[in-house]
Design a protein around this ligand. Structure first.
Ligand SMILES: NC(=[NH2+])NCCC[C@H](N)C(=O)O
Ligand SMILES: [Mn+2]
Ligand SMILES: [Mn+2]
Length: 329
């Protein structure tokens, strides 16, 4: 089955198998797809269908063609909590549901990582990263996080204006606001010097203050324009992983891409990464040999016409392929 930017199966397979040297994963390379049809971290229905579309578009086979052993045991089944049993905490929406789901995802991701597999989590909304990154850090305590997004997702209970928890996972992981007992399982295992952002362009006032006060490194679209994506990725890695000897968790929110490239997502923001800039990031991270976990989040197949949905799903698949070793030559 032909797909964007991979001319032939043979070329892809040969190049990637030869080039692959992971500093942390055993051979043969194995990826575990964790499909997370979850939308409770934000109000727009449909983002829960993202992982289903990505898998139906053939992502598992595309990764097999790249030489990976792929396990996919069906999408995650989540225990439903009725909204009656999950009233807001402050203005946080669906807090118990989000917490429970993320806790389960953390265990799943941790299990795959312990088993030597690379967990690939398909969202679903970005609140899930609270779970995926917790899981990664259980196995790799010194892992660093590269967060690709239009948004910083670092609001706390006191700064969030929306109450949507997908705008908050980073603050939980850093322990910036450890006052909500419902989220007590999220251990603040991430430190402010082990996360770096690329692609930001819609950051709330409270979030800007948090980034500044904590000295958190972020490359907004301004820096991408100024230095070019090649230099930005190098500077980002020099910050979180100067010797390229730490495991990397890459959390990619598809809304980092420009809405002309990835239109079908819940919180699109103009002025984003081009198709190539997005793919370059994934390729460069793969080349470090340090990637141990990957998230692809916020694909929402209900927010555009059929053609735009197809485009968004296809770009999601190809970002994942680039992060897992697809090369242009
Ligand atoms: N994962 C995302 N798409 N997050 C968007 C967050 C938007 C806004 N900053 C909020 O807190 O609600
Ligand atoms: Mn975003
Ligand atoms: Mn996000």
């Amino acid at each position: 089955m032909p797909h964007d930017s991979s001319p032939t199966t043979t070329t892809t397979k040969t190049t990637s198998t030869e080039a692959y040297i992971s500093k942390f994963l055993p051979d043969p390379k194995r990826v575990a797809i964790v499909g997370c049809p979850f939308s409770g971290g934000q109000p727009k229905p449909g983002v829960d269908k993202g992982p289903i579309h990505l898998v139906e578009a053939g992502l598992p086979d595309q990764l097999r063609e790249l030489g990976w052993e792929v396990t996919f045991d069906g999408h995650h089944q989540f225990e439903e909590i009725s909204t009656l049993d999950d009233p807001p905490i402050g203005i946080l929406k669906n807090p118990r549901q989000v917490s429970k789901v993320c806790e389960a995802v953390a265990k799943t991701v941790e299990g795959h990582a312990k088993d030597g597999q690379l967990p690939l989590t398909l969202g679903g909304d970005h609140s899930l990263a609270m779970g995926t990154i917790s899981g990664t850090l259980s196995q790799y305590p010194n892992a660093c996080v590269v967060w690709i997004d239009a948004h910083a997702d670092i609001n706390t209970a006191s700064t969030t204006e929306s109450g949507n928890i997908h705008g908050m996972p980073v603050s939980f992981l850093l322990g910036l606001d450890a006052t909500i007992p419902e989220f007590a399982w999220v251990k603040p295992k991430l430190t402010t010097d082990r996360i770096v952002y690329i692609g930001l362009r819609d950051v709330d006032a409270g979030e800007k203050r948090i980034l500044r006060e904590n000295g958190i490194k972020a490359f907004s679209m301004h820096e991408v324009d100024k230095y070019g994506i090649g230099k930005v990725v190098e500077m980002a890695l020099d910050h979180v992983n100067p010797k390229r000897d730490l495991p990397i968790h890459l959390s990619f929110d598809v809304d980092a891409l420009d809405p002309t490239v990835a239109p079908s997502t819940g919180t699109p923001v103009r002025g984003g990464l081009t198709f190539r800039e997005g793919h370059y990031i994934c390729e460069a991270i793969y080349e470090t040999g340090c990637l141990v976990a990957l998230d692809l989040m916020e694909v929402n197949p209900s927010l555009a016409d059929a053609e735009a949905v197809k485009q968004t799903v296809a770009v999601g698949c190809s970002l994942v392929r680039s992060a897992l070793g697809e090369t242009l030559l």
